[in-house]
Design a protein around this ligand. Structure first.
Ligand code: PA5
Length: 477
């Protein structure tokens, strides 16, 4: 059987499909090719010079080896796997699990491959308390994977400290040591790494220079995936196969260059919103992962020359067919300010068949005998058609099927698309200064000593933040 693949289909963004006012003309497409082609060589060079280490993750042999070793260590001792992390240390992990594990994974008992799986990427007291009640008597069969690249993120550290206290109290020091795996970058000032070393906890490394939102193919995503029975070798193989395609020097054959160029074109032609809409529940959380990748990488105040630009397409997520009944009214009749990207799956592993219509309801017999996939994919066609009627540009990423290989391809495609988009927008896609400011402000508010703002002590800065955000009763209604 040929290897299942993904393909980018872009006919329906072209002027021939939606008219020259909203679509890309052949001449515009050639101009995009001219503009983007030198960037292909530039990104390939940057990669060779070691400036984009995320590009080499699929070739790293050490990480999967370590991950598999740890998996063996926990064999028969882990019924629940709990990830504590946020942003790039959570979204890719969630996406892999939703894509590659059955919907009922946590509920299955005998059929479940691997432990029950949970991710906490928030510090919501009610949510976490509810989980603590449930996990309380299961700690001896639970593994906590604490993930933070920087090793100090308040949300992750706070949850870790709750779990640490609980494990120490209930299982003692040895029990605690056996139940925690730290995933972090290796730097001298990394708090989480220091704790891992001092307290003799298992730890996995995030390679230097790999940012959170580009880290899913490192130990960040691979450990929990492997623990839950996801084939990480095939995931990486898919990413490697896509690497070949997105490194092609010919623009017209390079899906990441084309994808980025199309997104760039529409941003500059009044379509500043990009909506990703999978017609597959399994792919639903890849849109959350993409949303972060796109927003944090491309939303920037300054360009590479330091000029103020306030640039960045806004990613939004939807799910077909669900959101046909909640968003499509706006998508069709609201402002023509969006580029749509559908994700479509040709073949599903399981595909329930619709039963016969009751005799009293012949009007629903048109559905009888159909598989659900045929209804779902026809709904995608119908929605795409409706959008095209209103001259809305539509891309589709076609999946032969959803499996480790195609998900690996997809992840790599979008990571490199983001690099191309960054180069086209002339911004640095690998920084996130605005996220850092919020992190630092939280530290100051919670009384962590430090020099945060030039000329201010951390207490003075905390006071300034409190004053700016204090509730003024005059405006309360
Ligand atoms: O992509 C990023 O860099 C961020 O979203 C981070 O992943 C997020 O802020 C969490 O950071 P850390 O992994 O250091 O805890």
């Amino acid at each position: 059987m040929p290897t299942p693949l993904i393909k980018l289909y872009y006919k329906n963004v072209m002027a021939d499909a939606i008219g020259p006012r909203h679509g890309i003309t052949a001449r515009q497409f050639d101009a995009l090719a001219k503009k983007t082609s030198p960037l292909i060589a530039m990104l390939n060079e940057e990669r060779k010079a070691g400036q984009t280490p995320y590009r080499d993750l699929p070739y790293n042999e050490e990480i999967p080896k370590k991950v598999k070793k740890l998996k063996t260590k926990f064999k028969g001792r882990c019924e629940n796997l709990v990830v504590l992390g946020i942003g790039g240390s959570a979204l890719g992990i969630i996406a892999l699990q939703t894509a590659l594990k059955p919907y009922m994974h946590n509920i299955y008992e005998k059929k479940r491959t691997g432990p029950r799986f949970f991710v906490f990427d928030n510090v919501d007291p009610s949510q976490f308390a509810s989980f603590l009640h449930w996990i309380g008597n299961k700690l001896g069969k639970t593994v906590f994977n604490v993930i933070s690249r920087g090793g100090q993120t308040a949300e992750t550290i706070a949850e870790f400290m709750i779990i640490r206290r609980l494990l120490l109290r209930k299982l003692g020091r040895k029990g605690y040591q056996k139940r925690v795996v730290i995933t972090t970058a290796f730097g001298k000032k990394n708090t989480l790494l220091n704790i891992a070393k001092k307290e003799a906890l298992d730890h996995l490394r995030i390679p230097d220079g790999v940012g959170g939102r580009f880290s899913v193919l490192s130990a960040v995503g691979l450990f929990s995936a492997a623990m839950c029975g996801i084939g990480i070798d095939s995931l990486l193989e898919g990413a490697r196969a896509m690497d070949k395609k997105v490194s092609r020097r010919n623009f017209y054959k390079n899906p990441a260059a084309i994808n980025a160029a199309i997104n760039y074109h529409f941003y500059n032609h009044g379509k500043k919103i990009t909506a990703m809409m999978p017609y597959s529940y399994a792919l639903k959380d890849l849109t959350g992962w993409f949303k972060q990748l796109w927003a944090e990488s491309l939303g920037k105040a300054r360009d590479l020359d330091g000029k103020t630009v306030h640039i960045g397409p806004t990613p939004i997520k939807a799910l077909g067919a669900t959101d046909q009944h909640s968003q499509v009214q706006l998508y069709r009749e609201g402002p023509n300010d969006k580029l749509f990207t559908f994700l479509q799956v040709n073949s599903f592993d399981e595909d329930p068949r619709i039963g016969a219509a009751p005799r009293c309801a012949p009007e629903i017999s048109f559905l009888a005998g159909n598989n659900l996939s045929s209804l779902l994919n026809n709904e995608k066609k119908a929605t795409e058609y409706a959008l095209l009627q209103d001259r809305r540009p539509c891309l589709t990423v076609l999946f032969d099927k959803v499996n480790e290989y195609t998900v690996g391809e997809f992840i790599y495609l979008y990571e490199v698309t983001t690099s191309f988009a960054g180069a086209l927008f002339k911004i640095d896609p690998y920084s996130q200064p605005a996220v850092e400011l919020g992190k630092q402000a939280t530290f100051a508010l919670k009384g962590r000593k430090g020099d945060y703002k030039p000329g201010l002590t951390y207490q003075q800065w905390a006071k300034e933040i409190r004053t700016r955000t204090k509730v003024d009763k005059k405006f309360l209604v």
